[in-house]
Each structure stands twice: as C-alpha cells, then as structure tokens.
Design a protein around this ligand. Structure first.
Ligand code: PEP
Ligand code: MN
Length: 337
C-alpha cells in the first residue's frame, strides 16, 4: 500500500497516520523524494482502506499488490516525464535520441561526435569514461579527466551527457560534469550504488541486468525511488539467452510490457541489444514501435577503430539514416498505436 502524504501534513497528523498503520498490523517505511512524501505500508491483513484514507494529512492512498510499489503503474496517474537539465524531457510523449561512442577516447573524438550530434539535432551524448570490461587488459576508460574534457565541449554546444557510474565513490566527482548517471547492466543489482543514486539530484538511466528479469529491474528502480530520487529511466539492453548467434537477445516484449507495469520512461539500447552493427537500425526501429521513450545508440567516426564495441557501433552515415527513420517511425507510431 502506498500512502501519499499531503504537502501540508503536520507532524502530529503524520504520527497519527503511522500509529494507525501499525495498529492495522502493517509495517510502514517513510519515503521522502524531491517531489513528495509517502509511507509504504507492507502487510497482508484485510482492513477497510477508508480507515487510513479518511485521515487528515493524506493526499491519496493506493493498494499496490506488486513487489515494487512506487515505480508501479498501479498508483500513479499517467506516465512520468523525466526532466534532463533545464530544458529537456524524456517520457510521457517526449522522445529523445542519445548517441555517442561506447568509450570516450580523445579530444578529437569528442569534437567530431559533438559536431555529428549538433548537425543531426541530437541533444544527449552517450559515452563511457569508466568502462566495465570482461577482460582487465582491455581499455577501461579515460576516467574523470576524460569526463571533464568531454563536459567542456558538450557545454559549449548545448549537448547533455549520459555516462556510466560504476561505484559509489565516483558519484561525487562525476556529479557536476554529467546530466544523467547511467547504471550499467553489471551493476543493475548493486544495491549500495542504487541507494546512493537515490540521494542525488540528477536523473538515472538504469539498465536491465544481463540475466535480469523485469521484476528485478523494477525492484532495482524501487531502491532509487525509495531513497528519494524519482527521476529514473529504465533501459532494455538485451538479455543473455541460449542463442549464441548474437551478443544479446533484445527483449522487445519487455519494452511493451514495462510500459504497462511502470509509469517510468523506457529507453531502448539496440546496440548492446543485438551487438551486431548491421542489425542495429532494424532493432532500433522495432524498439520504437514497441513503445520506447528514448533510444541510446553507439556511433563512431570510424567504428572499426573504436576502443570498445566497434562491432555494434554505427558510422555517422549509418546513424544519420537511422535518425531519419526514427523520426518517421515516431510519426507512424503516433498514427498506429
Ligand atoms: C555501455 O553502455 O557501453 C555498456 C557497457 O552497457 P551495458 O551496461 O548495457 O553492457
Ligand atoms: Mn558499449
């Protein structure tokens, strides 16, 4: 059960609500986010919901049977629109494309990518400065100095930054240089990291775990929300299945179904989703038709020279054709779905 607390609820009223929750045999947890106050009450006893719903200091009360509560679509009216920086939105009809290399490699690469994005009306650049790599001998990113370089060029051109944070100690040094913290697939259930990202004032792009279920993804998002940060986007990036012909299996089903399960925006990452460059555009368009609120794609001036994930990275020419087709597909989706 989610109890939404009214903005003008007084301390004494809140105490009375909590006592009543206890009296009916429920366990209450206080939540305070940047947008509101809630009590999550967990229990199984039957009771008349009006017993709490009619109390002073309550804005609304909802029964939510899912294991995840605040991220569930069962209580919130409409879809969540996540604000990125001061002037950009994702979700509730606001679609964005995010593009850039797998890894930030050099100043020249940053400048070339930013130019490509500006020319194509893309407002968010992706890239990794801390890279989770299967081998410790692979390139692991330029770190905070690379991020500072990147930030400067992006700010000059009005481009926002989404990049992966791998551990709690990186949050603070990265904070002022990013617009969206990305949680990678390998950290999707790093609950300490999720707790801390719940305390920051920046949006979070939370990826689905490599073998993660939708429920696990939603419960991971619940960690962030319940720690105070409602600005969350979920990202389908492919899952590991028995099929070995491609890197991952892009779960298009999950995009459609997540849109029903949660009010949060759903982002699609077709680059990691299939992991094979020539199929990325098709899977990207299919993701849009499945209901994605945003796309994140890997692009590079010379994909074959990329420090990481070149095999799934689009050239600028390929990416430009995709952006065009995505815009057409969004229009078509509006007409069909
Ligand atoms: C990435 O975005 O480059 C990345 C490492 O993604 P994932 O965490 O989905 O593997
Ligand atoms: Mn990558």
């Amino acid at each position: 059960m989610i109890i939404q607390i009214a903005a003008d609820c007084e301390e004494a009223q809140l105490d009375r609500i909590k006592s009543e929750v206890q009296a009916i045999g429920y366990e209450g947890t206080d939540i305070e986010t940047q947008f509101g106050k809630y009590i999550i009450a967990i229990g199984k006893k039957q009771f008349d919901i009006r017993r709490i719903g009619s109390m002073e200091g309550i804005k609304d009360i909802h029964r939510v049977s899912d294991a995840y509560k605040l991220v569930s679509a069962k209580w919130k009216v409409g879809e969540t629109k996540v604000k990125i920086g001061e002037d950009l939105f994702i979700g509730d009809g606001h679609f964005q494309m995010m593009a850039g290399p797998c890894s930030i490699e050099s100043e020249e690469q940053i400048e070339s990518t930013v130019k490509h994005l500006v020319n194509n009306g893309i407002k968010i650049m992706r890239g990794g400065v801390y890279k989770p790599r299967s081998s410790p001998y692979s390139f692991r990113g330029l770190g905070i100095e690379g991020l500072k370089l990147w930030y400067q060029t992006c700010r000059e051109h009005g481009i926002k930054i989404v990049t992966e944070v791998m551990q709690v100690s990186q949050i603070e040094p990265m904070h002022d240089y990013i617009d969206i913290f990305q949680v990678g697939a390998r950290n999707s259930q790093n609950f300490n990291l999720l707790d801390e990202l719940g305390k920051v004032d920046k949006p979070i792009l939370l990826k689905r775990g490599i073998s993660g279920t939708m429920n696990e993804l939603l419960q991971a998002a619940e960690y962030i929300f319940s720690n105070g940060n409602e600005r969350i986007m979920l990202c389908e990036r492919g899952i590991r299945t028995y099929e070995g012909a491609y890197r991952n299996t892009m779960d298009l089903n999950a995009i459609a179904m997540l849109k029903e399960k949660t009010h949060l925006p759903v982002v699609a990452d077709p680059s990691h989703g299939i992991g094979v460059r020539r199929f990325v555009p098709q899977i990207a368009l299919a993701s849009v038709m499945a209901g994605a609120d945003a796309l994140i794609v890997e692009v590079h001036e010379s994909p074959e020279k990329a420090f990481s994930d070149g095999q799934q990275t689009l050239s600028y020419r390929e990416a430009e054709a995709l952006y065009e087709n995505v815009r057409k597909t969004i229009k078509l989706r509006g007409e069909l779905v």
